[in-house]
Every structure is written in C-alpha cells, then in structure tokens.
Design a protein around this ligand. Sequence first.
Ligand code: FAD
Length: 316
Amino acid sequence: MILVFAEHNGGDVDNHSLQTLTFANNLSKEKGLSMEVVSFGDTDVSATVKQYGAAKNHCIKADNLTQYSPEAWAQSLGQLAESTGATLLLASSSVKGNEVLSYVAAQKSLALVSQVLAVGGDSNVTRSSWAGGLLEEVQVSQTLGLYTVADGAIEAQEAPVDSCEVCEFTPTMDDKYFRVQLKRMEASVHEGPNLKTASLVIGGGGGVGSAEGFAPLEKLSEMLKGVVGSSRVATNNGWRVHTQQIGMTGSPIAPKLYIACGISGAIQHMAGCKNCENILAINTDEEAPIFSHADYGIVGDLHKVVPAIIAELEKG
Ligand code: FAD
C-alpha cells in the first residue's frame, strides 16, 4: 500500500499535495498497490482526496497533534505505516513534507529520497538536484520507501474513486516528540500582483548597490505595472525582504518580460527564471553569465540605463 501524507490548510489541500496524490495514484496503478491518505487535524479532507484516487483517509485528530509538530507527526506517520503495512510513504517535497519525512527516516533508521520526479522498476528513483540542473538516479532497498515528490513532477489530475473510507488513527505519543512545536503563523501581507504571477518583473542584484538604489527600479515597475524582485545578494544585504527573492531558495517567476538589473546570472538565480518568456539583462560586464540566458542585453550601468528608460517612457 502507498500511504500519502496530505498537507492542508483548514481543509484546503494544497496543489503540491494534489500533485503528490496524482503521482502516488499513478504509481499505485503501475505497482498494483492501493493508495491511502493520512491527514492531521479536525477538518475532514476525504471529499478532496477521494477525487484524487484515495480509497482511505486516515485522520489523526488527537488534540496534541492538530498543530504542526514535526517529530510527533513523523512518529505518527511511522506508526501508521507500520500498522497498515504500507510499503511506500510519500509526501510533497515542501518544507513540511521534507521535514516530517526526514524525522520518519531518522526515527526508523531509513533513507529518505527527496525531490523525486519518477519511480521506475527495481526501486530505481529519479530525483532532481541543484534546482533541476542535475538529475540523479538512485536505487533504494528498504522495506518502507520514503519519498518526497518534487513540485511540478506531475500535474495534479483528478481520478475519482467511488468511496473513500474515513478511519481515525490515534498514535502512542511521548513528550519527547514535542521538542519543536508551531506557536504562530503569519501570512505575509501582499497587495497587487505577486512575483509568481506578475507578467513583468524587474529584478535587482548586487549591482544595485544599496536599498536606496532600488528606487528607480520601483519607479520603472510602477510605470510598467510590474513587480520588483531581487537576487539573494540583495536580500542577504538587507536591501530587500526574502519574499522578493527570485531563484532556487526564493520564488520562481514566469513573466512575459524579466528585466534583470545588476544580476550576474548565477545558476541558483536562473533556476527561478526558467519560465520567463523574455529576459532583458542590464549589466556592466559583457561577460556576465546572465547574457547567455538573455533574449535582450544592455551592457551598461543600471544607474544610467534605468533612469534613461524612465525618461523615454515619460516622454510618452
Ligand atoms: P553579484 O554576484 O554581486 O553580481 C552582481 C552583478 O552586477 C555582476 O554581474 C556585475 O557585473 C553587475 N553590476 C555591478 N555593478 C553594476 C551596475 N552599476 N550596473 C549594472 N550591472 C552591474 N541567488 C539568488 O539570486 N536566488 C536564489 O534563490 C539563490 N539561492 C541560492 C542557494 C544556494 C544553496 C546557494 C549556494 C546560493 C544561492 N544563491 C541564490 C546565490 C547565488 O549563487 C549568487 O551568489 C547570487 O545570485 C548573486 O547575486 P547577484 O548576481 O545579484 O550579485
């Protein structure tokens, strides 16, 4: 049996978990196994997971487990996997999915394979590494396979089943598993289009030089109804907040036009730019790697080029 840890927010199963369910459902058909889901909290997600092929939903509702607590959740998943005889335990390669399954792996002395893209015969697993820049083939020999599925490995696709049995599971818990507990969550306040959905993004990097140096980029973005993003150098320097970082450890972007100002084009930055339709790079160094990714390039000082673009636009 394939057991899938489904993440949800107040009953809303997130898209990455739906992808993971689709991935698990396809795998269950290939391997002739059934697919069951496990979820934490009072809200019943059976109606959703049933649409994605789950024959059973194991709900873990104990009061001390409704709030996120990675080691305790991992202990719960491990016990459930054992009592149901699951041979594969899957989760999304999200922050929570990776964290919880890492604890399952540690608690059971098993290997975890993260960022999985495909599972073939003979327990051969293809995983993504270096933000998709490298594919690895690994072979895992253990009684319980622990995989986290990469975001985008597959598109979420409904495959409804007739019924989804709801079962409550109450694990045996010990205080030692509550070393880490979630105390508070705060959503970032965002107005207007965000980086992930914007059709025009203006990025600033080390070449911008300071927090104040972003003012012309903000002005250009306002004129073109875009969103300002940054490289990690800009966030590391405290010029921009992390939610504005583009790349492997930031947000992926997919605009019609990305104007990259004073950004070198490091692989980790470009990992977030794979879906840009067009890239315009502005850089003083004609050898900067960003030019090998760019559709348009301006070799020049962004502190002169950006104001010049603004001046042209102001002429109407
Ligand atoms: P720099 O390397 O400082 O480059 C500045 C560029 O600006 C240079 O090309 C320079 O020629 C140009 N320049 C200087 N002055 C001007 C000027 N006046 N006008 C025009 N051009 C000018 N980086 C990310 O961005 N996103 C990530 O998500 C990310 N994740 C990472 C994850 C890991 C595990 C690691 C190890 C690194 C990660 N990085 C990430 C960092 C990445 O490797 C680079 O260090 C970073 O992207 C460099 O940022 P930059 O190009 O803005 O700065």
